[in-house]
Design a protein around this ligand. Structure first.
Ligand code: GDP
Length: 613
């Protein structure tokens, strides 16, 4: 069999062999893997009815489709898998403790505090930290490094707990988006005077998705109208049943403001960890873990708070964190003390990195500086490539309609950040009231007060959302991250303007609606038989005009006898013409369709796109 070709370009054809491609790969990437000319893949896509340029990043589905067409088995490789393979090429395994069971030693649980805005997450994290300042320790001045560790006594035993101190479920989302599991237990804060709110549910779902046990802190019990029982009832509907009702979730009533029952909450965390988790790690190996928070410090250069997950991190170690690397020059704990080493579940601020890693990036200690540099450089190169590819892929308001036509999204996902909860709510409700037809949904995935953060961008990346900042700006590295990841972030200071722009984009985004427009009718007067063309109808155009290549239906005694025909040939006397107007005679050929009788009526029409109101 001859290889098929289009326009002289030979089309590549496989034998079902597997081709591994990174998510967001282009036709050029694909061509490289199978040793083909990128132009030939463009031709294949064209054959499939899609115009794609060789360097444009395409969807998973398109890669699969292309593979099927050329008889290759396409395997899409996620960024996490790619990273694992990169590390494997250096003979490094990330995420597993080295050695057997006997080397594992118990470690403190790592806790994230989540819940609806204003329910008291920040206040609770402060309260926990304060109750735990050990007298005499470095003057008791705590440093905000993004995580801290406290001790609590449970059954006469001193136990430690590590808290991730980046309020909101931001840290949680960020790390989950990167596939890094950072949290062992989630404390879900619910204000007793407010009850279960949308972000309570969102937080709860995050925790469930990550398979993380939940301890519920029913907060603000000091406030008048507080109803802790109601909170228990409400959460039952979401599968969190309090122990006192026969379930297995611990609920603790607290007041973060007055410091009430904070100890009981810490105890509940330990008890929940003991009951449902086996928290152990090997402390005697090269350290591994994740970065929680990083920034550029004027005096100290790039600093990063990392959470050690296994092994012990020591001064002088060579480490890679995301695409940053370096030798650990100094380490500070959450109280600002210099420390020499950090064991599993310990957060420390690390000095000595070449640049600033991102939240959720993994870190690992390696034997040689050279290895660290190579891994970091490979990661940086990969990120650059991915950023380049993604720039064309993510949704922006301008290309909404294009993306929708490609069938990639049916709804517009939004993340709204604003300067005050009132304005955020006002904007959200106005947007949700936009009437743009039934085909497109607007969904607000997340709303909140404050700057647009890296975690917002993360969430937007994972769900192809557009971020709206109302009277706020981006914080930290959010702008760079959005640019790198191709996330569309829009800033407004007038609600009306925001609504207008979104509405306009949505209208463009709607699938075009077509309507049938009648073009003309022709009455069959005579039938000519042609050996080459089949039957030709000799007609008189009764109304409008008949055009070649338009759709037609055949009516007999006023009834439709054939649909979806095409005027394939049109003649005036001996000449081929493109149209014949009302009152003129001519010949019509309907392709393969030959069942034409005298007095039949041929009605022609075309589908036209209906303008949106
Ligand atoms: P977050 O948005 O969840 O971090 O909430 P915050 O910790 O910022 O708390 C929101 C507001 O509720 C602040 O004004 C706090 O002082 C207040 N608050 C937090 N916990 C309590 C509490 O237990 N009792 C009372 N009365 N107010 C509280």
């Amino acid at each position: 069999m001859q290889a098929p070709s289009v326009g002289g370009v030979m089309l590549p054809r496989g034998n079902g062999e597997t081709v591994r491609l990174s998510r967001g790969a282009s036709l050029t990437d694909f061509a490289e893997k199978i040793n083909a000319n990128p132009a030939s893949l463009v031709a294949v896509m064209m054959n499939l009815g899609e115009m794609v340029t060789a360097t444009q990043s395409v969807s998973d589905e398109t890669l699969q489709l292309l593979g099927d067409e050329m008889n290759y088995t396409v395997q899409i490789v996620s960024p996490e898998e790619e990273d694992r393979e990169l590390l494997e090429s250096f003979d490094i395994e990330f995420g597993e403790d080295e050695g057997g069971e006997e080397l594992l030693v118990s470690r403190p649980p790592v806790v994230t505090v989540m819940g609806h805005v204003d329910h008291g997450k920040t206040r609770l994290l402060d309260a926990i930290r304060k109750t735990n300042v050990v007298a005499g320790e470095a003057g008791g001045i705590t440093q905000h490094i993004g995580a801290y560790q406290v001790t609590t006594e449970v059954n006469d035993e001193e136990r430690r707990i590590t808290f991730i101190d980046t309020p909101g479920h931001e840290a949680f989302t960020a790390m989950r988006a990167r596939g890094a599991k950072s949290t062992d237990i989630a404390i879900l804060v619910v204000a007793a005077n407010d009850g279960v709110m949308p972000q309570t549910i969102e937080a709860l779902n995050h925790a469930k998705a990550a398979d993380v046990p939940i301890v519920v802190a029913v907060n603000k019990i000091d406030v008048e109208g507080a109803d802790p029982t109601k909170v228990r009832g409400q959460l039952t509907e979401y599968g969190l049943v309090a122990e006192e009702y026969g379930g297995d979730t611990m609920f603790v009533d607290i007041s973060a403001k007055q410091g009430l029952h904070i100890d009981s909450l810490l105890e509940a965390v330990i008890l929940t960890a003991d009951a449902s988790l086996d928290l152990r790690a090997n402390p005697d190996q090269d350290a591994q873990g994740i970065a929680i928070e990083s920034h550029l410090d004027k005096g100290r250069g790039a600093v990063s708070t990392v959470l050690v997950q296994r092994g012990t991190l020591r001064i002088g170690d060579t480490m890679v964190v995301g695409d940053a690397y370096g030798r650990v020059r100094a380490m500070l704990d959450d109280k600002g003390n210099n420390v020499e080493e950090a064991a599993p579940s310990t957060p420390v601020l690390v000095l000595g990195l070449t640049n600033v890693p991102g939240a959720g990036d993994n870190f690992l200690v390696v034997d040689e500086d050279r290895t660290a540099r190579q891994i970091a450089e490979k990661r940086a190169a990969r990120e650059r490539n991915a950023a380049f590819a993604k720039r064309t892929r993510r949704v922006s308001l301008e290309d909404l309609d294009k993306v929708l036509k490609e069938g990639e999204i049916q709804q517009l996902n939004l993340i709204i950040k604003g300067d005050a909860s009132g304005s955020v709510e006002a904007l959200e409700s106005s947007l949700l009231q936009l009437d743009v037809g039934e085909e497109v949904d607007i969904r607000v995935l997340h709303r909140g007060v404050g700057a647009v953060t890296e975690s917002d961008i993360d969430l937007a990346m994972g769900s192809d959302a557009i971020v709206i900042g109302f009277n706020v700006r981006a914080a930290g590295r959010a702008t760079q991250m959005a640019e790198r990841e191709g996330v569309d972030v829009r800033y407004y200071s007038v609600i009306y303007q925001a609504i207008e722009e979104i509405e306009a984009a949505l209208k463009g985004m709607l699938k075009p609606e077509f309507e049938e427009v009648e073009l003309g009718t022709a009455e069959v007067r005579e039938i000519f038989r042609s050996s080459k063309l089949g039957n030709i109808a000799g007609v008189l155009i009764r109304s409008g005009e008949v055009k070649r290549n338009t759709k037609a239906r055949l009516l007999r005694d006023g009834k439709v006898v054939a649909e979806n025909l095409t005027i394939t040939g049109l003649r005036r006397f001996k000449d081929d013409v493109t149209e014949i107007r009302e009152g003129f005679e001519g010949g019509i050929n309907l392709g393969n369709f030959n069942d034409i009788k005298i007095d039949d009526v041929i009605a022609t029409y075309e589908m036209r796109e209906k303008p949106r109101g």
